[in-house]
Design a protein around this ligand. Structure first.
Ligand SMILES: [Zn+2]
Ligand SMILES: [Zn+2]
Length: 397
């Protein structure tokens, strides 16, 4: 069988013509799907063992001469396609392109696979009409809801952002990172703003990559210079997130103008301490009305919180106030007031934590913060300088 394929490829003359190249790409996508399914069968019968390989991935690296990442992806695609017959059929007959297939599979996890299989036919039919980017966005929304429903009690594990910085032998540095949606959005926005808008014509001499690198240096220098400033003066990241009112109320996510989807916990933390613009829309595109922006926490109010809390108030954390955000203990969407008795200073990491499902906090009269975790455990922190009073019998002793 493969002799036929080999002869076909050998004798194939591709015209340098857009339509022809696109048609050829469709064939490659279909062949890739066919191959992935065959690899899946091969793996299911553990036939790699006959060659003395330790796993399907190892076999593909060795016999298939594949790069590690490609081998792992191929194995995952093969086994998942075997369990999702409608998706597999759509990939085989090119209803879904290779890019769309990637967008679908990247958003189906072990927890949500069964759910996806249940709605596979309608989902695939509606995804097929979308661009790869739209398809990925639609699937990200689907995944967020499906993960939420998969297990209400257990917070959804979010792969952490990672960054590595290493010095090369030549004395230069290499930066490599994989960031979550929100971290990526914040970095992207900061880099864009730090590049400035005054790039004149002469600036075309520097490549976009060069300008980004210089902007990153600029941001870091700015951070180091501002570190010694009194806490209370603060620079909030500027990220635009579009959120529908019912999504905000139901703790679902929102999306950035560039279609990056932000999950409910991140959105909750953002909306807790941000500038809100009200925009009323009818349908998808008609703007009926827009209001002026409202800063949820004024600079004066934030300074007052810094005076009381000094640092992150999450039990056990002492990150400085300059790293902190203000958290509404009762969320604004639930009618929580923006005043010191409902606000507490927390670092952005713990702020995000407090907005995850299962976590909650209460703020007492003496500003003591009681944090409850998903297992029902409570931990308390007190504002510095207001340590809990010893019981009277200790004072008397
Ligand atoms: Zn908050
Ligand atoms: Zn903290």
């Amino acid at each position: 069988m493969t002799a036929v394929l080999e002869a076909l490829v050998e004798g194939l003359e591709l015209d340098v013509d857009g339509d022809e190249l696109v048609a050829a790409q469709r064939c490659v996508d279909r062949l890739a799907a066919k191959l992935a399914l065959a690899y899946g069968d091969f793996d299911a019968h553990q036939l790699w063992d006959l060659d003395g390989a330790t796993s399907m991935t190892a076999w593909l690296r060795d016999r298939g001469a594949m790069a590690s990442g490609d081998a792992a992806r191929t194995v995952a695609t093969g086994s998942r396609l075997r369990r999702l017959p409608v998706t597999a059929a759509a990939a085989l007959d090119a209803t879904l392109s290779g890019g769309q297939l990637k967008a679908v599979l990247a958003n189906v996890s072990e927890r949500t696979e069964e759910r996806f299989a249940g709605h596979e036919a309608e989902l695939v039919a509606s995804l097929a009409a979308l661009s790869v980017r739209q398809c990925a966005q639609a699937m990200r929304w689907w995944a967020m809801r499906a993960e939420d429903d998969a297990d209400e009690a257990e917070p959804r594990p979010e792969p952490p952002s990672k960054l590595s910085l290493s010095r090369s032998l030549g004395g230069r540095w290499r930066l490599d990172a994989e960031l979550g949606p929100l971290d990526g959005e914040v970095l992207d926005t900061a880099l864009r703003l730090a590049q400035g808008f005054d790039a004149d014509e002469a600036d075309t001499a520097r490549s976009p990559a060069q300008r980004r690198a210089e902007a990153l240096g600029e941001i870091c220098r700015g951070y180091l210079q501002r570190r010694d400033q009194p806490a209370g003066s603060r620079h909030r990241p500027h990220v635009n997130v579009i959120v529908h009112l019912d999504d905000l109320l139901a703790r679902r996510g929102g999306e950035c103008p560039d279609a990056t989807v932000i999950d409910g916990a991140s959105l909750g933390a953002l909306s807790c301490d941000s500038v809100l613009h009200r925009v009323l829309v009818a349908g998808r595109s008609t703007v009926l009305d827009y209001g002026t922006s409202t800063r949820t926490i004024s600079a004066n109010l934030f300074a007052a919180l810094v005076g009381r809390d000094r640092h992150c108030r999450f039990p056990g954390c002492d990150r400085p106030a300059s790293w902190c955000e203000a958290h509404h203990v009762v969320h604004v969407a639930d009618g929580g007031a923006t005043c010191p008795s409902n606000l507490v200073l927390v670092c952005s990491r713990h702020h995000h934590r407090l907005h995850q499902p299962g976590w909650s906090a209460t703020l007492g009269e003496e500003a003591e913060l009681v944090v409850s975790d998903p297992n029902g455990r409570h931990r308390t922190s007190h504002p510095p300088g207001h340590s809990p009073r010893p019981p009277p019998e200790v004072l008397a002793a």
